[in-house]
Design a protein around this ligand. Structure first.
Ligand SMILES: Cc1cc2nc3c(=O)[nH]c(=O)nc-3n(C[C@H](O)[C@H](O)[C@H](O)COP(=O)(O)OP(=O)(O)OC[C@H]3O[C@@H](n4cnc5c(N)ncnc54)[C@H](O)[C@@H]3O)c2cc1C
Length: 562
């Protein structure tokens, strides 16, 4: 189930992609763990990694759409695999790639052919990119941008600052979001981080990656630098994040996988009071829960890729699944690391482990590209249609085909989310009703419909985001379970593992129901409903032991080359 560098071969992808992914794994393994950790500790800018990227034309191959260069393609299935590999070796390497993806978004979405050709040539020459959306004073409130573009005799000039902008130290092109001074319209434009009017102020974080603060001082622009104006510029920002935020889940998965190997190998070989630590029942429970959660993360992420790649203007279901990959899968990643860390305890602080870096890195992913709250608020918009108004669609197949994802650059205005319909979520649950915990969870999931029809949030609660976000967590679990089941069916996931996943989900649902019960504004009827959702998962020692055996078999399976 876990990515294993000793036997890594993503057989579902084409030969050249496999070679490149394998070469990436080999590059990290040849470099070795000591160097990886020393570079992170010394905050060394990753020139050698970027040299490798340039030599293999990695970012150029993975990040150029076919419409710009017919010899290349943008393929979210292989990008997901690449993202997982980079996360497996370190968030900082992943981040250099991730902000390149984001920086390219507004360029590939634009009608500016000159900028596109320039970006493609820069990618080919090994350049990396940056995405300048955030500002120090405004956080998620991107509407309030203070980056102002004004007209000059020869074109325009830009003035303003950006904050938290990855790769701002070297990016070949930085896509910058701002406003036109005269009309107040939004604008996206491209600048060069090496231009003299681009003032690099500092690295905001204490890390190997460079998360910059920069200021544009009378930065000269021409029409050739303008990517989008007006509502298009705003849509380009959101649509870029729709593409970029998908990679956060696979990074989280990679981080959890590497950490899992270190944790199980340590715990299973540590003898306390004459027995392995893993003989403790609570330790086994932590490992089995972590394994179930990590498997679910992978199943959900894999299935979401299919919907993302199959999206078109008539099928925008990915707009629900993507924020869940971003918000739920990455939050689950934090959960996995917490479970493992509770077991390995002091070991997780040791400076020569991957784990100790993972404990901090895993926290970043739920917070980047929209916080958990922002994504939950987005998810809520889909809830009525998802639960009550399904629509028939053709079955979305597994999408590992070596084709270009052109729709990503033509997503259209980011409107009408509440109108998007989904295929019926219940049949896949019914199909798996033979698994006792799936059946239990299905009952809980159906109960959300009861809640919304018999004790729906009143007018005041509709304004209470704290209450609503809790409801968002409950709803998210239903969608999460649906795609987990769909992917489990496609891949023939082991029934014991699948039932163990739903053992976790039943408990999680009960947990969020309890939280709803405790919310200041919950009504008597809502409290009664919540209490009714506290269900005990189906206990089956043989199933638990079977999953535990899979976990124990991972002990000693992989250790990064020294
Ligand atoms: C390491 C790192 C790298 C980054 N890289 C980049 C980059 O390359 N480019 C870039 O543009 N940005 C980047 N960012 C910025 C990142 O996207 C922001 O951190 C994020 O958008 C949230 O902004 P904030 O952290 O300032 O939180 P704030 O916006 O200040 O939010 C404060 C609180 O309010 C809540 N909140 C805000 N709005 C809402 C809402 N509408 N509904 C519900 N709750 C809400 C939030 O959840 C949060 O709890 C990076 C950040 C970090 C830490």
């Amino acid at each position: 189930m876990l990515l294993d560098p000793n036997h890594y071969d993503p057989a579902h992808l084409d030969d050249e992609t496999r070679r490149l992914l394998r070469a990436t794994v080999d590059w990290f393994e040849a470099r070795g763990k000591r160097q990886l950790i020393a570079d992170a500790q010394d905050k060394v800018w990753y020139t050698e990694f970027l040299d490798f990227v340039k030599r293999e034309k990695l970012f150029a191959t993975f990040c150029t759409p076919a419409s710009v260069d017919g010899t290349k393609r943008w393929d979210a299935a292989r990008n997901a695999a690449f993202s997982e590999v980079l996360g497996f070796y370190g968030l900082q390497y992943w981040y250099a790639w991730q902000v390149t993806v984001l920086g390219l978004g507004p360029i590939w979405m634009s009608g500016n052919e000159e900028a596109k050709q320039k970006a493609a040539a820069l990618l080919d020459s090994g350049a990396i990119f940056a995405f300048g959306l955030s500002e120090k004073e405004h956080g998620a409130d991107v509407y309030s941008t203070d980056m102002i573009v004004t007209k000059t005799e020869t074109g325009y000039k830009a003035n303003g600052s950006k904050y938290y902008i990855g790769n701002g130290n070297v990016a070949g092109m930085v896509s910058v979001f701002g406003k036109l001074g005269d009309s107040d319209e939004y604008v996206f434009f491209a600048v060069d981080s090496q231009h003299e009017n681009f003032k690099l102020i500092k690295n905001v974080v204490d890390s190997q990656m460079f998360v910059s603060e920069f200021r544009l001082e009378d930065y000269p622009l021409t029409d050739a630098d303008i990517l989008h104006r007006g509502p298009d510029a705003f849509s380009a920002a959101l649509n870029t994040v729709n593409v970029g935020k998908f990679n956060l889940c696979t990074a989280s998965i990679g981080i959890c996988e590497h950490s899992f190997y270190e944790a199980i190998t340590h715990a299973h070989n540590r003898i306390l009071y004459g027995n392995p630590v893993t003989n403790f029942p609570h330790v086994r429970q932590n490992f089995v829960d972590a394994y179930a959660r990590l498997t679910a993360m992978k199943l959900f992420a894999d299935r979401s890729v299919d919907y993302f790649r199959s999206a078109n203007e008539n099928d925008r279901r990915y707009l629900l699944f993507n924020p869940i990959t971003k918000m739920k899968v990455t939050s689950e990643g934090e959960h996995v690391i917490d479970l493992l860390w509770d077991v390995i305890a002091a070991k997780g602080f040791e400076k020569d482990t991957y784990f100790t870096r993972a404990t901090a890195d895993i926290r970043a992913l739920p917070k980047l590209e929209g916080t958990v709250h922002v994504n939950l608020a987005l998810v809520l918009k889909f809830m009525p249609n998802y639960l009550f108004n399904p629509k028939a669609y053709d079955e979305v197949p597994t999408r590992h085909d070596a084709t270009d994802d052109d729709f990503f650059w033509h997503q259209g205005p980011a409107r009408g989310l509440g109108k998007i319909q989904f295929h019926d979520w219940e049949p896949i649950y019914t199909e798996h009703a033979h698994l006792p915990n799936v059946a239990l969870f299905h009952e809980q999931a159906k109960a959300i419909k009861t809640l919304l029809t018999t004790a729906a949030p009143d007018e005041k609660q509709q304004q209470d985001l704290d209450f609503l976000l809790n409801l968002g967590h409950l709803f998210t679990l239903v969608v999460y379970g649906q795609l987990v089941l769909e992917q489990a069916k496609i891949t023939g996931t082991d029934a014991a593992v699948l039932d163990q996943i739903f053992d976790v989900l039943v408990r999680d649902f009960a947990g969020y129901a309890t939280a709803l019960h405790g919310k200041a504004s919950s009504t008597e009827a809502q409290q009664q409903w919540a209490v009714g959702q506290i269900r005990k998962p189906h206990v089956d020692q043989a199933r638990f032991d079977a999953v535990w055996e899979q976990v124990a078999a991972l002990s000693g399976r992989y250790e990064m080359r020294p």
